[in-house]
Design a protein around this ligand. Structure first.
Ligand code: UGB
Length: 598
């Protein structure tokens, strides 16, 4: 230790932790005292960060890494001794009585909710250069994901305040987990847009740290190839959200404020808030400590499956099993064909969409025991079958949906399955990979994500009694998609189906080539026949009736190739752009009652 130079007691402590945990190689090449002192101090700063941001510190990280690497070398299955079966949960069908009832209950509960968005990932599969929450959710209005999420939370908050029997007016807290890759750009997006109408005090950003990379089965930390005073680091996964929330002190604050629910969600699912009110209603009705949102899932589709695992020793849990583990687990447990579609055309194991609703009290109690640590895994790419060395460094990873793994058997863990068209259309894949997705499986691309918004909105209006013309099929960026009328509305116009129904009446029809964007709150669609483009904005105090026959040349869709770099990236990844030929655009800025003729 003598050639490290003058160290503070904290630095000596950190050096000891490293040396006692098999990391002496980190110091072997250190230069003479007085040389590279700045780099050495930076080294200790980094070690201090790695140590403090991991539950149990670096010693715990290295110990777990050694154990998991040894298991991986032996080819040990983490689910050894467990047999899978299809769990039972709540199935909701959009628009039926129990769905409507759950939505209403969810709105009542919403004022006791907090929302947590995990947005630390860069989305390597999508290959987009910006942060994913800044991408337009749809390009009819150009509203980005983050704006839509915030407006949805605010709409829910307001709806909930209206029905609050005790008149309570709590603001719903909104937490965003960022990482070094996304933090400043997320902050800038919020500040540049005045937090999209949310109070800045309602929003908290929690930044996750990366974890140390590992060079070998002895969990020796990997040095950066360009800087021998720096440890290589990589993202630890979205499971970090639990330890960050635990150490933030927010949970106590929320409990003191009488809050009850924590809702976790991912960065690019534009349909998510269609499913939130009803699933929150299910959590409250069923008193679920954990409620995972799920959708019907095609066998072997690349999303995790919600599975009941029962151990020979009697333990059991309802948990997400990643798709690459589910099939082998089934094969090893008496299902020789593995994960296959049933007669419904879907796997019997519902697909996890990584939206979790946790009850705050039991959540806090559990985190007090675990410090927010989540069961981790390691996925080294070995050089050869001896499994003695890696192709490149690896690291431990964790997923937020693995939270139930440490829960006692008394915990009430359930799930809610909803129609896929209503609830799930993430933007994860780049156009090239999406075009290779086998027919019938979802593309999860920017193209399919946007088309899913129009499909969901069209179907919701159909259910509310509007004759929305059926879609046409079109190939965009090599993907065959259904193109429905481009219908969008602001969340404040209608968050739940019973509200939407009150805004639609008479004989309404919308042709397939139409575009309709409702940006105001009190906009009533009444005996409207639309064949073209209609854009309506209004202040809250204006009540606007959309009726009569509107026909114009509308907005046409022009195909764009994703390789055409003359088109902005966020557009070309969709494979189309709008040509705004003609529209009826109205803005109502005065209080009062109006119609489209005004
Ligand atoms: N994320 C972080 O915030 N931090 C990180 O370190 C990593 C990610 P991906 P993934 O919905 O189809 C998940 O990369 O992990 C955020 C589930 O595990 O998009 O491959 C990131 O910003 C899987 O079971 O997804 O797969 C994003 O918001 C299935 O549900 C979120 O975490 C799958 O999503 C997810 O990251 C799916």
């Amino acid at each position: 230790q003598s050639n490290i130079g003058i160290l503070s007691p904290d630095q000596i402590e950190l050096a000891k932790i490293l040396l006692e945990n098999g990391q002496s190689h980190l110091f072997l090449h250190w230069s003479e005292p007085g040389v590279c002192d700045k780099e050495k101090l930076a080294f200790f700063d980094q070690i201090a960060r790695l140590n403090s941001s991991y539950p149990g510190g670096l010693a715990a990280y290295i110990k777990t890494a050694k154990e998991l690497l040894a298991d991986s070398k032996l080819g040990k299955n983490p689910y050894d001794g467990f047999s899978p079966s299809v769990p039972s949960g709540e199935n909701l069908t959009f628009g039926d009585d129990s769905f409507i009832e759950m939505e209403k209950r969810g709105v009542v509960e919403a004022r006791k909710a907090t929302f947590v968005l995990v947005a630390g990932g860069l989305g390597e599969r999508l290959g987009y250069n910006g942060i994913k929450v800044a991408l337009p959710r749809e390009t009819t209005t150009g509203t980005c994901f983050l704006q839509h999420y915030i407006e949805s939370i605010l709409a829910l908050q307001e709806a909930s305040h209206k029905v609050a029997s005790d008149g309570s007016q709590t603001d719903i807290p909104f937490i965003i987990m960022t990482s070094d890759d996304t933090h400043s750009r997320t902050q800038d997006l919020l500040e540049l847009n005045s937090y999209f109408g949310m109070k800045p005090t309602q929003v908290h950003l929690l930044k996750q740290e990366k974890v140390a990379c590992l060079d070998d089965n002895d969990a020796r930390l990997a040095l950066d190839s360009n800087n021998k005073y720096k440890i290589q680091t990589k993202p630890h996964g979205h499971g970090d959200v639990h330890s960050l929330l635990y150490t933030s002190g927010l949970l106590d604050k929320w409990l003191d404020a009488g809050l009850k629910w924590v809702l976790f969600f991912q960065d690019t699912n534009g349909l998510l808030f269609n499913a939130i009110p009803a699933s929150l209603g299910v959590s409250a009705t069923k008193q679920y400590h954990v409620n995972s949102l799920a959708v019907p899932r095609k066998a072997k589709e690349a999303i995790g499956g919600i599975t009941k695992l029962t151990h020979a020793d009697g333990r059991s849990m309802v948990i997400n099993v990643e798709y690459n583990q589910l099939d082998p687990l089934l094969r090893a447990s008496g299902f020789p064909d593995g994960d296959v579609n049933s007669e419904t055309g879907y796997s019997p194991f519902p697909g996890n969409i990584n939206q979790l609703i946790l009850e705050l009290g039991p959540y806090k109690e559990e985190l007090q025991k675990t410090g927010g640590a989540i069961k981790e895994f390691v996925n080294p790419k070995y050089k050869d079958s001896t499994k003695t060395s890696f192709k490149s460094s690896t690291r431990l990873e964790c997923m937020m949906q693995d939270y139930p793994k440490t829960l006692p058997p008394t915990a009430r863990v359930g799930f809610t399955v909803m129609d896929i068209w209503l609830a799930y259309a993430p933007v994860k894949n780049n156009p090239e990979d999406a075009a290779k997705v086998p027919k019938g499986n979802p593309y999860h691309s920017a193209t399919s994500g946007e088309m899913a918004i129009y499909r969901a909105n069209s179907r919701i209006l159909q259910k509310a009694g509007v004759k929305v013309e059926e879609p046409v099929k079109q190939v965009l960026n090599g993907q065959e998609v259904e193109v429905w009328s481009r219908i969008t509305w602001k969340p404040k116009w209608g968050m739940i189906f019973s509200d939407i129904k009150t805004k639609v009446s008479g004989n309404c029809e919308i042709s397939q080539r139409s575009t309709m964007a409702i940006k105001g709150r009190n906009v009533l669609v009444e005996n409207l026949s639309l064949d073209g483009a209609l854009i309506v904005d209004s202040i809250d105090d204006a009540e606007v009736k959309l009726g009569g026959s509107i026909k114009n040349n509308g907005w046409t869709m022009e195909t764009v190739d994703y390789k055409d770099t003359s088109v902005p990236e966020e557009i070309r990844i969709r494979g189309f752009r709008f040509n705004k030929v003609e529209q009826l655009e109205k803005k109502f800025t005065q209080p009062g009652k109006f119609s489209l003729e005004d």
